[in-house]
Design a protein around this ligand. Structure first.
Ligand SMILES: [Zn+2]
Length: 321
């Protein structure tokens, strides 16, 4: 995703929210099916394939792995094939699946599964042009989404809303080409190609989506999830309510009521189409886009906090938005 440091106005506007959200401490007890050890094993499976960047053998392998795994849970794995809107000559494949609930409106839960083909932030200059294994950036959220799918299949037909699970392709190779005339259109970007195409191809009709939650870099032991300011500006009650639930579930050490600023990520095309969508992202991850973003940096506890939170939201969505 692309990080833009411009949201000072929003930052000052929302400082006042912090006190009221922190005021509630009543705890929720919840017995989840989500298994954080299983989620961690999915990180291992992906990282052991190597870097899953566009065009690599591991990129093909991880696609097959995701499809096989979700079919084994009893879902139909669907594919959205697309041409990258802003990277000439590249085509991608978003993988998605549905779980039927009592309403035909969907809550969308998403992650990107590709990893980045360069490591521009690596301390070692000689390693900067090499692809990263992306244990946190790509594998952690994909693993959490997979384990979530296994866990919540048990609630089929019982959940208040249907669920759409989406694994986006071609998220993470941005910033490598100049996009002409991109200043006025935040979707004119070489990041987030899969989600731009998914929304513009209307794979899930807009009016069918209740809201969505994107997961990105959800595996660091000291993860700090803070608001993405554009989503928070448009959908603050959704964001605040999800954070409040996280804190009530006992995950207040990860979920903080403060802002990262404006981040272009896979939720942005949905917001641009007036579909409520928030991002659970750890933008402070210190190994971001370096060769050190490896399996040993991932903690099952953090994957568990995010997975259990989403399982809770899907089972108890009333009042979330
Ligand atoms: Zn990335």
């Amino acid at each position: 995703m692309k990080y833009i440091f411009i949201i000072l106005i929003a930052l000052t506007l929302f400082v006042s929210c912090e006190r009221s959200i922190n005021a509630e401490h009543s705890k929720i007890t919840f017995k989840p099916y989500f298994d954080s050890a299983k989620a961690l094993s999915y990180v291992k499976t992906q990282t052991s394939m190597g870097s899953r960047h566009y065009g690599s053998v591991a990129h093909k392998k991880v696609k097959a792995f995701i499809k096989e795994e979700i079919e084994s849970f009893g879902y139909e794995a669907l594919s959205h094939n697309f041409d990258a809107p802003y990277i000439k000559g590249r085509s991608g494949e978003n993988i998605y699946a549905f779980l039927k609930g009592q309403s035909d409106k969907y809550i969308v839960i998403a992650s990107h599964y590709d990893s980045r083909s360069i490591a521009e932030k690596d301390k070692d200059y000689s390693m900067r042009d090499k692809p990263i294994v992306g244990a946190n950036d790509g594998a952690s959220s994909t693993a959490t989404l997979l384990e979530l799918m296994r866990a919540v299949k048990k609630y089929e037909n019982e959940l208040p809303y249907s669920v759409a699970f989406v694994f986006f392709d071609l998220e993470d190779d941005g910033g490598m080409i100049d996009i002409e005339g991109s200043d006025s259109n935040i979707l004119a970007t070489d990041w987030i190609q899969g989600s731009i195409a998914f929304v513009s191809d209307n794979i899930i009709p807009k009016e069918k989506i209740y809201f969505g939650i994107l997961l990105d870099m959800v595996g660091s032991p000291d993860a700090k999830f803070m608001f993405e300011s554009y989503a928070h500006t448009k959908y603050s009650s959704l964001y605040d309510n999800v954070w409040r639930l996280a804190q009530k579930l006992g995950y207040g050490n990860y979920f903080h009521n403060s802002h990262y600023g404006f981040i272009v990520d896979d939720h942005t095309p949905f917001i641009e189409n007036d579909i409520p969508f928030i991002d659970i992202i750890d933008m402070g991850y210190k190994y971001h886009h370096t060769q050190e973003d490896s399996y040993d940096k991932i903690d099952a506890k953090t994957l568990g906090a995010v997975g259990v939170l989403i399982e809770y939201v899907l089972t108890n969505p009333n009042g979330v938005y």
